[in-house]
Write a protein that binds this ligand. Structure first.
Ligand SMILES: O=C[C@H](O)[C@H](O)[C@H](O)COP(=O)(O)O
Length: 227
C-alpha cells in the first residue's frame, strides 16, 4: 500500500469535489489510490455516485471499496476525473503513464468535464522530459515503431517486468522514451502519435482543469486558474 503523505493529502483534497449524482473517473497510481480510498469512504457514508476506472488495478480497488462502477454504454459524460501524473509543467502539460495506464486515462480524461490532477511536489517541473515519456505501441513490428520514435530525438526503451515485455491492460507494449527535455510538448505529442504502430503517448496537453499539489510539510496548494 502506498503511504506517501504528500500524495495522500493532495488526493484527499481532490475527493472533496465529488458530490452526489456525479459520474466520477478513477485514476491510476499511488496518488490516485488515495483519492479512490477517500471516495470509497464517502460512498460508505452515503455518497451516491457512479464511477469508471482507468485501469484494471483501479477497477479492482473500487470493487473492493464498494464504489459502484458503471458500464461506458450508460455514461454520456464524466463529471470529474481525479488522476495522478509523473510530471506537471508550468502550463499544466503532463507526462502520464508511469504505471502503464495512459491510454485508458486519456480516453476517460478526454470525456471528463474536469480533470483534477493530484501530485506531490516532486512532480512539478519547469520543463517536461526528465521522466521518460511512456508511449503505448502495438506489439506488431514494435522494433520498427521504436526506430521511428528514435528519429524524433529520443532513446526509446521497451518496458520490461521480470525480464519480459510489460503488457498494458489493452495488450500493448510500452516504449519509455528519454527525450531529456521536451521543448514543445504539443508538437512532440502530435509527431509521436502520427507514427503508425503508436497507440498513444503519455503527453496530456491542455487537459488538466485543476492541479492539486501536496508538500512534505503537510501543506496543499490548489491551483484553479489555468495558466
Ligand atoms: O499510468 C499511470 C498513471 O499515469 C499515473 O497516474 C502516474 O504514473 C502517476 O503515478 P503515481 O501517482 O503513482 O506517481
Amino acid at each position: 500500500m502506498p503511504n506517501s503523505n504528500s500524495k495522500r493529502i493532495a488526493a484527499e483534497k481532490a475527493a472533496a469535489y465529488i458530490q452526489d449524482g456525479m459520474t466520477v473517473g478513477l485514476g491510476t497510481g499511488s496518488t490516485a489510490y488515495w483519492a479512490i480510498q477517500e471516495i470509497g469512504k464517502k460512498v460508505h457514508n452515503g455518497l451516491q455516485i457512479k464511477a469508471v476506472a482507468t485501469s484494471v488495478q483501479s477497477e479492482k480497488l473500487a470493487i473492493d471499496l464498494g464504489i459502484p462502477l458503471s458500464p461506458f454504454s450508460e455514461i454520456a459524460e464524466i463529471d470529474v476525473t481525479i488522476d495522478g501524473a509523473d510530471e506537471v509543467d508550468g502550463m499544466w502539460n503532463l507526462i502520464k503513464g508511469g504505471g502503464g495506464a495512459l491510454l485508458r486515462e486519456k480516453i476517460i480524461a478526454s470525456s471528463s468535464k474536469e480533470l483534477i490532477v493530484v501530485v506531490d511536489e516532486s512532480k512539478v517541473v519547469d520543463r517536461l522530459g526528465k521522466f521518460h515519456l511512456p508511449v503505448e505501441v502495438v506489439k506488431f513490428g514494435y522494433e520498427l515503431t521504436r526506430r521511428k520514435l528514435s528519429a524524433l530525438g529520443c532513446e526509446p526503451k521497451l518496458r520490461l517486468v521480470d525480464q519480459k515485455p510489460y503488457m498494458t491492460d489493452n495488450g500493448n507494449y510500452i516504449l519509455d522514451c528519454d527525450f531529456k527535455q521536451i521543448a514543445m510538448p504539443s508538437e512532440c505529442h502530435d509527431a509521436i502519435n502520427s507514427i503508425p504502430g503508436v497507440v498513444d503517448n503519455g503527453l496530456f496537453i491542455g487537459m488538466a482543469a485543476k492541479v492539486i499539489v501536496g508538500y512534505k510539510d503537510g501543506s496543499v496548494k490548489e491551483c484553479y486558474n489555468k495558466p
